[in-house]
Design a protein around this ligand. Structure first.
Ligand code: SF4
Length: 240
């Protein structure tokens, strides 16, 4: 289940180059404009029976059509943190390419982090891993994961896996997608195995290279092909 308190975004790093949410599509959908949605207060909205619209015991993926830490939302974020705190029965999943803005508008009572917040730091190449992950690890966060998405090069995550629960990997989608190499994925999987953390190969992306051959993968098959390759190590963990 997704919750988008605001929408709109713009490029912050190489992985954004062909993002659906801005660029060509922005003209049509107005996605360069950062604006609150009509679901802004959704987690705390009450129905006619006086109950929360969203029942508890759920994972709510937040800001997948924007970035939680985008500067334009700084003035709204305190209210969103307060809603998140008031729903300890929901696990909020926040994925960001702007981890260097994590502390802006962080609540005073954040302490070592809220139990129900799982923050994912996205890294698409080694340079961004070396920049973002030390920052990510320096913040007080109780639950962390790394998303190599879209994976654009091989990445050595080894120095950064302590204190991280999980790594997700996906290739790039879309007409202009860049190649994602099976060997890069296997290498990250090995790193996760050595660190004893879970790993999910979510999607091959549109151009997938394996055994020296690049194959074009239909958008509807990218997830199922990744699954067929049977690389994920998830144990009894719920996949997000
Ligand atoms: S941060 Fe995410 S949503 Fe924003 S432009 Fe980049 S890829 Fe798209």
């Amino acid at each position: 289940m997704n919750w988008e308190p605001w929408t709109g975004c713009y490029k912050v790093s190489d992985g954004c180059t062909y993002c659906y949410f801005y660029g060509l599509h922005a003209k049509r959908y107005g996605q360069n404009t950062i604006q609150k949605t009509d679901k802004f207060d959704w987690p705390i909205r009450i129905n006619s029976k006086g109950e929360y619209n969203i029942k508890g015991d759920k994972i709510l993926a937040t800001c997948f059509a924007t970035d939680f830490f985008i500067p334009e939302a700084d003035e709204w974020r305190a209210e969103v943190w307060s809603m998140i705190k008031s729903r300890p029965d929901i696990e909020f999943l926040i994925l960001t390419k702007r981890i260097d803005r994590f502390e802006v508008a962080l609540p005073d009572d954040w302490g070592v982090g809220y139990n129900n917040v799982n923050i994912g730091c996205t890294v698409e190449n080694q340079e961004l891993a070396d920049y973002r992950l030390p920052i990510f690890l320096s913040h007080p966060i109780k639950r962390r994961f790394i998303a190599c998405s879209p994976l654009l090069t091989s990445i050595d995550l080894t120095p950064y896996l302590h204190g991280v629960e999980h790594v997700t990997v996906a290739g790039e989608s879309g007409r202009e997608a860049r190649i994602c190499d099976y060997d890069w994925i296997c290498a990250i999987r090995e790193q996760c195995m050595d660190a004893n953390i879970t790993f999910w190969f979510k999607s091959t992306g549109s151009l997938f290279k394996k055994d020296g051959v690049v194959q074009k993968v239909n958008p509807f098959k990218q997830g199922s092909l990744a699954k067929e390759l049977n690389l994920s190590i998830v144990g009894d963990k719920k996949l997000f």
